[in-house]
Design a protein around this ligand. Structure first.
Ligand SMILES: [Zn+2]
Length: 111
C-alpha cells in the first residue's frame, strides 16, 4: 500500500475496515461445517446481559451461517468496556477481524 493510501485510510477509514457502529459490537466466527466466515452484530442495547457481580457483559447469540445454513451458538463474555474477554462457539470458532477479512476475500474470488 502506498503512503498516500495509508494516510487516507487512517483519516477516513478504509473500505475494507471494520464497520463503525456506535451501538453494535462485531464478532467474527467461522462455520465448522463449511468454513465460511460470518460477521455477527451484537447490539449493546438488546443483546447484552449485565453480570452485576463482575460488571462484565454476557452474550448468548444464535448465529446462522448464510452459506450452509448451519446454526451456531455463541457464548461471549465482554469487559465493562465491551472488549471480548472470552468466547465459545458451538458449531464454529471465533476468529479475528483479520482472519474474517482474509476468508471473506478468498470466498469472493472463488465465487
Ligand atoms: Zn457453514
Amino acid at each position: 500500500m502506498s503512503i498516500v493510501a495509508k494516510i487516507r485510510d487512517a483519516l477516513f477509514g478504509s473500505a475494507s475496515a471494520e464497520i463503525r457502529d456506535p451501538t453494535g459490537i462485531y464478532v467474527y466466527v467461522r462455520c465448522d461445517r463449511c468454513g465460511a466466515p460470518v460477521r455477527v452484530r451484537i447490539d449493546r442495547v438488546y443483546d447484552l446481559q449485565h453480570d452485576h457481580e463482575t460488571g462484565e457483559f454476557v452474550v448468548h447469540k444464535e448465529i446462522m451461517d448464510g452459506t450452509c445454513f448451519a446454526l451456531m451458538q455463541a457464548h461471549i463474555r465482554l469487559s465493562p468496556r465491551y472488549a471480548i474477554i472470552s468466547g465459545e462457539v458451538t458449531g464454529g470458532k471465533l476468529i479475528s477481524w483479520k482472519e474474517y477479512n482474509a476468508l471473506a476475500k478468498r470466498s469472493a474470488t472463488k465465487a
